[in-house]
Design a protein around this ligand. Structure first.
Ligand SMILES: Nc1ncnc2c1ncn2[C@@H]1O[C@H](COP(=O)(O)OP(=O)(O)O)[C@@H](O)[C@H]1O
Ligand SMILES: [Mg+2]
Length: 358
């Protein structure tokens, strides 16, 4: 799998080098460099306003590059002062609201943008795409008569119609309701992977990013904080922000002494941290193990404050000895714990994440 190779060894479809973009005094994108390999699906995830859409708009040509360079398949699309117009870029873009033309049929929507092709070829490509998307019987229908999932596939077909070298999807599923989103997402991923087109998907939903991406790029305030496989992001996040983005964590502040850190959940080794370093220790709520009192020597006594049944999981709020601080655990939904119950909490040292505090 291409994930196993360092990025420098991979041939690249899309290369962004040192992209910085300002709107007046606001730096929306700050020195971003990123390569996407052929066939790769990269998800960019981050909170609202961190610069995700701006990055896609720069690649598609809807925004003018101020600093840095964008290349696709070895062809420079844009640098400061030099830029291919959007319609000449080998880029297909799909927006959050689908942006279908209401006065054109499904076939008309997909054919739009291929006007530079001979009529017969255009026709053939439209038929082919409609078939891939299971939309053949809707060719003459108008967008408003279709379901959200069908409209989504029309938008994807239109983005793919010009055989782009790269597909850009900006929050592609946020207009769909929760239930539909899952099935449409699976369908879209299947189509994209089968097409082999390098794809960048922007989302603010970390779970969606992990499900769709071979690689996930985390952005914060215009910068890339970490780019890795979903497992690495989850287990070895670069900082506390990334750790918290992908799931609930318990956090403790501590100071390194003699190569060790004392946390309310036990003592852990801190190799590589000089004595006196202030650190944040974080552990995932589902990694906290609850056992009967005294069942394990490494466990600390806790008392259940309250628990909430969430269906697949039960979220438990626990008081640590000495009062004051509380921690959370996430247990399988069928586990029954009662307020006031005395338990022991254990945390495997290798699951603790340690970050220096700036
Ligand atoms: N056309 C614009 N003019 C001025 N500011 C903008 C414009 N577009 C986006 N911004 C600002 O740039 C930042 C990044 O926006 P955007 O790229 O849309 O973020 P995201 O897609 O991650 O939510 C935000 O603070 C946003 O308000
Ligand atoms: Mg956006």
């Amino acid at each position: 799998m291409s994930d196993a190779l360092p990025s420098s060894a991979r041939p690249a479809s899309v290369v962004l080098s040192g992209i910085t973009h300002r709107y007046a005094r606001l730096t929306a994108v700050d020195d971003v460099s990123l390569s996407v390999a052929p066939k790769e699906v990269v998800c960019i995830v981050g909170p609202s306003g961190c610069g995700k859409s701006t990055l896609l708009r720069l690649i598609s040509g809807l925004e003018t590059v101020q600093k840095g360079e964008i290349a696709v398949d070895g062809l420079t699309l844009a640098t400061a002062g030099r830029s291919l117009p959007p319609e000449r870029r080998p880029v297909g873009m799909m927006f959050q609201d689908f942006a279908l033309f209401p006065h054109l049929t499904v076939a008309g929507n997909v054919a739009f943008g291929q006007s530079d092709r001979p009529r017969a070829e255009r026709r053939r490509r439209v038929d082919e795409l409609l078939e891939t998307m299971a939309l053949t019987r809707y060719a003459d229908a108008y967008p408003h008569t279709l379901s959200g999932g069908q409209q989504q596939r029309v938008a994807l077909a239109r983005a793919m119609a010009r055989d782009p070298k790269v597909l850009l999807l900006d929050e592609p599923f946020s207009a769909l309701d929760e239930q539909l989103r899952r099935s449409v997402r699976e369908e879209v991923v299947r189509i994209i992977r089968a097409s082999g087109i390098a794809t960048i998907v922007v989302t603010h939903d970390p779970e969606e990013a992990m499900e769709m991406g071979n690689r996930v790029v985390v952005m914060e305030a215009g910068r890339i904080v970490q780019a890795d496989t979903p497992v690495t992001l989850y287990r070895r996040p670069a900082n506390s922000f990334v750790a918290r983005l992908f799931g609930e964590v318990n956090r403790f502040e501590a100071t390194v002494r003699d190569g060790q850190i004392v946390t309310p959940l036990g003592r852990i080794m801190a190799p590589g941290f000089p004595g006196g370093t202030k650190v944040e220790v974080a552990c995932r709520v589902e990694d906290l193990e609850l056992v009967p009192p005294g069942a394990r020597p490494d466990a600390v006594p806790v008392r259940v404050r309250h628990s909430s049944f969430l269906g697949p999981a039960t979220r438990v709020c626990l008081d640590l000895p000495g009062g004051g601080s509380e921690i959370h655990a996430r247990l399988p939904g069928h586990v029954d714990v009662r307020p006031g119950e005395e338990l022991s909490a254990a945390m495997a040292a290798e699951r603790m994440m340690v970050f220096p505090v700036e």
